[in-house]
Design a protein around this ligand. Structure first.
Ligand SMILES: NC(=O)c1ccc[n+]([C@@H]2O[C@H](COP(=O)([O-])OP(=O)(O)OC[C@H]3O[C@@H](n4cnc5c(N)ncnc54)[C@H](O)[C@@H]3O)[C@@H](O)[C@H]2O)c1
Length: 245
């Protein structure tokens, strides 16, 4: 399905990014695994290559514009193209706005929103020349519903939705689709520290009655990255067990 495709997945050392990378690799893609710590992605890539999958590790801090440009240049030097970009890397620095430090705001906006710009720009440059591309960016259900204590995270995630629609219109004529996936409450290290009382309250408002898995989200990302999704662009795919409809 993805045999001749090169897929760049940011923040792919764990969680949803790792699950997306794995599904794409299992479907035949050459996957560029990226995280701030090269050792993490190097070990994963080595394991996957030993299983017959195609994976290469890179060190990347998406908040660093120059770092993103040089990683993109390395991918292009090695594989001549970037077919798929999954903008997954993100952090949280949750606190009420009145207590939020400027550093908390800047760190989240730099990684979660500017990071999407830093990687999408060089990826699109290659996609436009090849007249083919798929960009899928991870937003969040809270960008649609709001949530106290997450103004920085939600501003970035809502920004991704606007960015997605703007770029989708810019590059549609070049056979490039640009979409977002909005997960609900997913069991990863990002959410594992929530108190048990908060987790059970959240499950109560999920019609499907369970917390989502990283693979639940990765299946949607894989679909939007595939040729089957060729006529879908500028959309937000909600993967949230029905908690927001
Ligand atoms: N877990 C959830 O419930 C949930 C819900 C909605 C949206 N999301 C979104 O899904 C995506 C993945 O979330 P997750 O739950 O797997 O989180 P996670 O914290 O488990 O993984 C995030 C990954 O991004 C990487 N990362 C963070 N900052 C980075 C940077 N500056 N440069 C490069 N890599 C960086 C981390 O190292 C990690 O590999 C994120 O965009 C997140 O906002 C998650």
């Amino acid at each position: 399905m993805f045999n001749d495709k090169v897929a760049w997945v940011t923040g792919s050392s764990r969680g949803i990014g790792l699950a997306c990378a794995r599904l794409l690799a299992e479907a035949g893609a050459t996957v560029v695994l990226c995280s701030r710590h090269l050792e993490a992605t190097r070990a994963i890539a080595a394991q996957w290559v030993s299983e017959g999958l195609k994976a290469v590790p890179k060190q990347l801090d998406v908040a660093d514009y120059d770092n993103a440009q040089s990683v993109a240049a390395e991918i292009l030097a090695e594989f001549s193209k970037i077919d798929i970009l999954v903008n997954n890397a993100a952090i949280t620095r949750d606190t009420l706005l009145l207590r939020m430090k400027k550093e908390d705001w800047d760190a989240v906006l730099d990684a979660n929103l500017s990071g999407v710009f830093h990687c999408s720009k060089p990826a699109l440059n290659s996609m436009v020349r090849k007249r083919y591309g798929r960009i899928v960016s991870l937003t969040s259900v809270v960008a649609q519903t709001g949530n106290p204590g997450q103004a920085n995270y939600i501003a970035a995630k809502a920004g991704i939705i606007g960015f997605t629609k703007a770029i989708a219109r810019e590059v549609a004529s070049r056979n490039i689709t640009v979409n977002a996936v909005a997960p609900g409450f997913i069991d990863t290290e990002m959410t594992r520290n929530l108190p048990e009382s908060t987790r059970s309250k959240l499950v109560e408002i999920i019609p499907l009655g369970r917390i989502g898995s990283d693979v639940d989200v990765a299946q949607g990302v894989k679909f939007l990255a595939s040729d089957e999704a060729a006529y879908i662009t500028g959309q937000v795919l909600n993967i949230n067990g029905g908690m927001y409809m």
